[in-house]
Design a protein around this ligand. Structure first.
Ligand SMILES: C[S@@+](CC[C@H](N)C(=O)[O-])C[C@H]1O[C@@H](n2cnc3c(N)ncnc32)[C@H](O)[C@@H]1O
Length: 194
């Protein structure tokens, strides 16, 4: 995280340990949540690995993940709001343009609930907004072994960590209680007034 300056990704209070608005009804998550996610996924973000960041928003976490997987690795960030994906490309370009030029980071517009099959399977998948239930489509795009880190639930949410084992079976662990915005449709997000 020290290798990616949050000031490039959040105009207001970039170094506060709290979520900040990035427009379009979205927030950049709090640094401590990014730290929890990166620490939890570090075994699946080794040099050369491939990862998916669902709800990539500002692009900050995608860039941190890309620094971890290095020059031979690739991280795809997917968000459903075009304006956010354009902004994330501008943010990454400020200090890490080569990550985009070399294909270590790919930022795309799409419904992250469907994952991103073009670059699947992934060593790990991070989800930055809450899924209503067990994210089966995303689990199907994980390698074996692979790990998915996602907030899951509606009124009560928890970070769920799903480990796909070498034989393809999945172990799940409830980790932290959290409060994330939901994985949703652009219409809902842009009108809910965050
Ligand atoms: C809490 S923000 C986190 C953003 C990012 N991790 C960051 O810290 O900048 C959640 C993100 O999920 C995105 N999102 C919500 N529903 C989505 C969907 N169905 N597909 C893709 N992205 C979605 C939002 O646009 C928003 O950028």
């Amino acid at each position: 995280m020290k290798a990616v300056d949050r000031r490039d990704y959040s105009r207001q209070y970039p170094y506060e340990d709290s979520p900040q608005s990035i427009g379009y009804g979205a927030t950049i998550s709090a640094p401590h949540m990014h730290a929890y996610a990166l620490e939890n996924l570090q075994g699946y973000l080794k040099p050369g690995m491939r990862a998916l960041d669902v709800g990539s928003g500002s692009g900050y976490l995608t860039a941190c993940m890309a620094k971890m997987v290095g020059k031979e690795g690739r991280v795809v960030g997917i968000d459903h709001i075009d304006g956010l994906v354009e902004a994330s490309i501008r943010n990454v370009s400020k200090n890490d343009k080569e990550l985009l030029d070399n294909g270590n980071i790919k930022l795309v517009v799409g419904d992250g609930r469907e994952g991103y099959v073009e670059d699947a399977p992934y060593d790990c998948i991070h989800v930055g907004a809450a899924a209503a239930g067990r994210p089966e489509k995303l689990l199907s795009q994980l390698k074996a072994p692979g790990r998915l880190f996602a907030p899951v639930g509606e009124s009560q949410q928890s970070i769920m960590v799903y480990d796909k084992k070498e034989d393809g079976t999945i172990a799940e662990k409830k980790w932290l209680s959290v409060m994330y915005v939901p994985l949703t449709d652009p219409e809902f997000q842009l009108t809910r007034g965050l």
